[in-house]
Design a protein around this ligand. Structure first.
Ligand SMILES: [Mg+2]
Length: 224
């Protein structure tokens, strides 16, 4: 599991960019994305006064829907984005924290690492979950979704903004996330990456772990 590479990254990291849905919580574990997407589509039909474009009709994920709306109904993006943000807060209030996430954040705090959450979800939902679970003090910055969906990861913009907020140098920064878009964004931003994966990757890629508790041990170990 790339132990040497992981240790090397942990030893040189001072700034952590952490994805939200996956590493920190299971955002849509209880309020599921298909339910949210269906309600957004209903709302959109109400606004349009008729059926939505067929390219959108079968979308079952709110962020994919947001992407589609930005292309087909750009004039409605602000309104749909606001509804997605509300739904994400509802989801965050019901979401469970990922096992090991708190231990990881505590290990970072203990080691003096500065942490930013970098999410394609709304910052409102991120803050709601952190506050509900007493985790806000571990996080120095929250970089949520820009109202322009083109700036979502894999675009590196949110990572670069978070690094500016943390005053982070790329050579001592790592992005930790569970999706290919996190890895692509890290590479575009010129920072190291660690993947959180439930099964071993099919192809070689960035070093990976299967549990947040592994990262808690890795980053909690005395660092030289
Ligand atoms: Mg994720």
């Amino acid at each position: 599991m790339d132990e040497a590479q992981l240790k090397q990254i942990a030893a040189t990291t001072q700034y952590v960019l952490l994805d939200f849905d996956g590493p920190v919580c299971d955002l849509f574990g209880n309020l599921t994305p298909d339910v949210i997407a269906a309600s957004l589509l209903d709302e959109l039909e109400g606004v349009l006064g008729g059926p939505v474009d067929e390219e959108l009709a079968d979308i079952d994920d709110p962020l994919d829907l947001l992407d589609g709306v930005s292309e087909i109904y750009p004039e409605l993006i602000g309104r749909v984005d606001a509804s997605v943000r509300d739904a994400e807060v509802d989801a965050a209030e019901l979401a469970e924290v990922t096992p090991g996430a708190e231990a990881f954040l505590a290990a970072c705090a203990e080691g003096g690492l500065r942490v930013a959450i970098v999410s394609n979800n709304g910052a409102e939902a991120v803050r709601a979950l952190l506050e509900m679970h007493g985790l806000a003090g571990f996080v120095q910055h929250v970089e949520g979704r820009d109202p322009d969906p083109r700036l979502m990861k894999p675009d590196p913009t949110p990572l670069l903004r978070a690094m500016t907020a943390l005053d982070a140098r790329p050579e001592s920064t790592v992005m930790i996330g569970d999706s290919p878009s996190d890895m692509l964004a890290a590479s575009a931003a010129g920072v190291a990456a660690i993947a959180l994966l439930s099964t071993p990757p099919a192809r070689s890629g960035p070093p990976w772990v299967s549990r947040m508790s592994e990262l808690a041990s890795l980053f909690g170990a005395p660092r030289t």
